[in-house]
Design a protein around this ligand. Structure first.
Ligand code: TEU
Ligand code: CA
Length: 557
């Protein structure tokens, strides 16, 4: 594997709407990010991905872009963006923007022109087909937020357009070379401004399975989920190769693909030495509880399944490239609420989960608030829910015969709002996020869980993450932490997740006791050094460590 400038870095995702408000409108903004750059530096962050801040009607919170070359006034101005780039650069922090090019907004000029003249050049920017009331639709696919992927073209009774996500997110037609050139020019325009790169949204969806056709339905609505469609689609890499060649590669940009349903054989082309992306997110753990039926049919994830998914991912990409390792993002529940058994809130358990993920080979990617162990938000009524995906799943629950109360239990487990509540900076009103009314409710636990308190406390989750990042940069261990081979240890032992990171002349052992009871772990040999411990002590008899509940250790052995 070739060495890349970003391999040893630590990355952090900002969901700007909920990060830091500076003008009291209850919405986080670019000035808020600038204000917190020193905070990110103090934590040890090198790369920051900012979820979309382009002009948008916010039907899907910015993932519906109406102007790719302008900043939404709710987030600030282009001057603010340039200031952010300059200030970040001073601190040696790279800024990565979200690249959302599977679709744009129905309020984008291209779509407006397509509606005015579907036969004209902009009609070919989208998938617009003739259709008459009573005709079957071109295919029975279900959009990611529910319902058919087809909607009537505004202003036309006899035409429909394709959208894999929200009705307000029409898919762009990548088969049209003019569309591709527009997109590449826009990417270069941003890279010329000094961006470090992009996180690339929903990218596997850009290639459509043509001609459109039906698949066997997977729910009673007669529709079939896009996962099945994607599994049967070939050819996305040809588009990605062209995009990489004309944009990312000449700039040596850092790119992290949001890649789902990729084919094993494509891994080298995706993230290998000359791959189309630098890296891509590991969603193997995330999808463990996905069911085609919807959230109400989600199984609980056990620690053994979590471990198996992590190790399977490490093996799949071994020697090929780096994955971005996450426990959460803006689409997922909080990691500590998702992967720790229900009801577990102990700080040491949160540290263990974070540490086990962080120490895997790959690029660790923290999501805002993860560094203080922020948790899911409990809502009692659908009126409190913003997320369009959660609102769809609420209906799916009701259609399956659940009561509203039962449905809310599943929303509280999976709603995307869970990760989108404002960052808990301190114990002042609204957790220091805003002086106004926050756009989304602050988690009421902010008095106990907040940055200010954890910064003061040497045993806090925040200081633990800081130590993890410092270890990754420590010249004595960095080579092993970044490049060491991952080798599971005692893989069959129940509720124990342990692995070696094998460097040239150094072996680290990472171990987490993934349960509320103590358990013993056999050691492969003598301990040379203790690098990290989420508790104050650890106990050893002969070649056995007695791990306390949720104990996490990094040892040199
Ligand atoms: O998410 C993509 C997404 O929702 C996938 O899980 C999708 O279900 C998969 O590709 C199968 O089709 C991204 C963003 O992270 C999310 O916030 C946006 O809502 C979405 O794209 C649309 O832009
Ligand atoms: Ca604001």
């Amino acid at each position: 594997m070739e060495r890349k400038w970003w391999h040893g870095k630590t990355a952090y995702q900002i969901y700007p709407k909920s990060f830091q408000d500076t003008n009291g409108d209850g919405i986080g903004d670019l000035q808020g990010i600038i204000r917190r750059l020193d905070y990110l530096k103090e934590l040890g962050v090198d790369i920051v991905w900012i979820s979309p801040i382009y002009c948008s009607p916010l039907a899907d919170q910015g993932y519906d872009i109406s102007d790719y070359r302008a900043i939404d006034p709710r987030f600030g101005t282009m001057e603010d963006m340039e200031e952010l780039l300059a200030e970040a650069k001073k601190r040696d922090i790279g800024i990565v923007m979200d690249l959302v090019v599977n679709h744009c907004s129905d309020e984008h000029e291209w779509f407006r022109k397509a509606c005015e003249d579907p036969e004209g050049p902009y009609g070919r920017y989208f998938y617009i087909l003739p259709w008459h009331e009573g005709d079957p639709l071109p295919c029975n696919w279900r959009g990611a937020f529910g319902g058919s992927v087809w909607s009537k073209l505004p202003g036309h009774e006899d035409r429909i357009y394709y959208h894999a996500f929200h009705r307000k997110q029409p898919d762009l037609n990548w088969e049209n070379p003019e569309v591709r050139q527009e997109i590449y020019a826009m990417i270069r325009w941003w890279l010329d401004k000094g961006l470090a790169g992009f996180r690339i949204d929903a990218i596997m969806n850009i290639k459509k399975l043509l001609p459109f056709r039906d698949f066997p339905p997977d729910r009673e609505d007669g529709l079939c989920g896009l996962e099945t469609v994607l599994r049967n689609t070939e050819g996305v890499l040809d588009f990605l190769d062209e995009m990489a060649e004309q944009t990312f590669r000449p700039y040596e940009a850092f790119t992290a693909g949001e890649v789902f349903n990729e084919k094993e054989k494509d891994l080298p082309r995706l993230i290998g030495d000359h791959g189309v992306f630098s890296s891509m997110f590991d969603f193997a753990e995330t999808v463990l509880d996905h069911s085609p039926l919807g959230w109400y049919a989600a199984p609980e994830i056990t620690p053994d399944q979590y471990k198996a998914a992590c190790f399977a991912s490490q093996r799949r990409v071994d020697g090929i490239g780096f994955l971005c390792n996450i426990i959460e993002n803006h689409d997922e529940p909080r990691g500590v609420s998702h992967y720790l058994p229900a009801g577990i809130h102990a700080p040491e358990a949160k540290k263990m989960l974070g540490g086990l993920n962080f120490m895997l080979q790959g690029l660790p990617f923290l999501f805002q608030g993860q560094e203080i162990g922020m948790e899911n938000l409990a809502c009692t009524s659908i009126d409190e829910v913003d997320d369009c995906s959660a609102r769809d799943q609420y209906q799916v629950c009701l259609d399956a015969g659940l009561t509203p109360e039962e449905a809310m239990k599943f929303l509280n487990r999976f709603s995307r709002d869970n990760a989108r509540t404002p960052v808990q900076w301190d114990d002042s009103p609204n957790a220091g996020f805003t002086t106004g009314t926050p756009w989304l409710r602050v988690n009421p636990n902010y008095r106990e869980i907040n940055v200010a308190a954890q910064r003061e406390d040497p045993d806090s989750i925040w200081n633990f993450y800081r130590a993890l990042i410092a270890l990754r940069k420590n010249p004595r261990y960095a080579e092993t932490v970044v490049y060491g081979h991952t080798e599971p240890w005692l893989e069959e032992q129940h509720n124990l997740m342990a692995y070696f990171r094998q460097g040239k002349d150094q072996t680290l052992l990472v171990a987490g006791n993934f349960q509320a009871e103590p358990q013993d772990m056999r050691l492969p040999g003598p301990i040379r050094d203790l690098l990290l411990n989420n508790l104050r002590t650890f106990s050893l008899t002969g070649d056995h460590i007695h791990l306390a509940p949720w104990q996490f250790l990094v040892l040199e052995v």
